[in-house]
Design a protein around this ligand. Structure first.
Ligand SMILES: [Zn+2]
Length: 353
């Protein structure tokens, strides 16, 4: 489960502001606003860190996101609880969304402090579903899906062998949750935080806006230097997550003022929310134009990687590249700009209309 899209450009125009001069070391925290503390955890992948937020909440803490289930992160939590979090209890664990780097240690923390787990409903149930895939064999629907995208048999075999890896990155999920819905106002440490839901990167991603502090915890919904992964998965082959993603970005621009400090899950806190939202929307629109131009001749999902991604797609990236390629292709189909025909071998061919 990768947060970073293969469409991330090599360099991003530096139109954003990064007002903080240092980053917290592992096991440490930096206060970024009254009662709001920045925690950074290491991740064992190319995207090598995640930002978490500890909010002072009465006699304890509300934590926003938790890190992946790894032993370095468990060690870092022990350090934080004993040190920067001053031995005060965690009163609530809130997760922006269900990806393992965000939700991975939620069950560990909620059981340790016997505290509630707050998340949106679709993130909770989707996470339960993906965790339950661990130990199962790859379903034939998924095999058919990747073969239709143009995968070779050898790649399908690797997929089958690796199927179910999601659950290994997540500590046993809390068995119940407290639902957060779009527009809810959460009182944390005496301040109101507004729930702003986004879609496309994950099914019902929670962002939190505090007008009083002029802060916006954006999770993976708005990242300053990374384009978030937006993919189609075998469970819903006809999904159009790119439309949901673009609509969500527009909605955030309309609902959240530009003067906030954005606290993203990756990279550094930044100013320039509306400019960043515009860059992200324009980046996808340009990709869709290039893709449409390539579809004058019929192509498979794997044939179009070169117009969407700046990096060559090698083994480990194939699944994500396919998901992102399908997100752009399905979006063109939904806009009436492309059509799909499946040949006798079950391979899907896309062509501009
Ligand atoms: Zn994510």
């Amino acid at each position: 489960m990768n947060d970073e899209s293969l469409t991330t450009p090599e360099t991003v125009p530096e139109a954003l502001r990064y007002p903080l001069s240092s980053r917290p070391e592992v096991g440490q925290a930096i206060q970024v606003a009254p009662g709001v503390h920045w925690i950074r955890m290491p991740l064992p992948m190319a995207l090598n860190h995640i930002n978490l937020w500890a909010l002072e909440d009465g006699e304890g803490w509300t934590l926003v996101d938790t890190g992946m289930q790894t032993s370095p992160i468990a060690t870092a939590w022990e350090q934080l609880l004993a040190g920067p979090l001053a031995g005060k209890p965690v009163r609530r664990v809130l997760c922006t969304h269900m990806h393992p780097d965000h939700v991975g240690m939620a069950g560990w923390l909620t059981r340790r402090f016997d505290c509630p787990f707050w998340i949106t409903r679709l993130e909770y149930v989707t996470c339960r579903m993906l965790v339950a895939d661990t130990g199962r064999e790859a379903p034939s629907d998924a095999v058919r899906f990747y073969k239709a995208s143009g995968w070779k048999s050898a790649d399908v075999e690797i997929y089958k062998a690796r199927f179910g890896g999601f659950g290994k990155m997540v500590y046993a999920l809390p068995d119940s949750y407290r639902r957060v819905s779009d527009g809810d106002q959460l009182l944390i440490g005496g301040r109101r935080w507004h729930a702003v839901i986004g879609r496309g990167h994950s099914p019902e991603h929670l962002c939190l806006h505090c007008p009083e502090l002029r802060l916006f915890i954006s999770g993976d919904q708005v990242l300053p230097r990374i384009t978030s992964n937006v993919s189609v998965f075998p469970t819903e082959p006809e999904a159009d997550p790119l439309k949901e993603w673009l609509d969500s970005l527009s909605s955030i621009r309309a609902r959240v003022p530009d003067d906030v400090l954005v606290l993203p899950a990756h990279n550094d806190p930044f100013g320039g929310l509306h400019r960043r939202v515009e860059q992200l929307i324009q980046g996808h629109e340009r990709s869709l134009e290039r893709l449409r131009a390539m579809l004058l001749e019929p192509k498979t999902a794997c044939d179009v990687f070169s117009v969407l991604f700046r990096r060559p797609v090698t083994g480990d990236m194939l699944q994500m590249a396919t998901g992102e390629s399908l997100a752009h292709l399905n979006c063109l189909i939904q806009r009436g700009q492309a059509r799909r025909a499946t040949d006798s071998a079950g391979v899907a061919w896309y062509q501009a209309t």
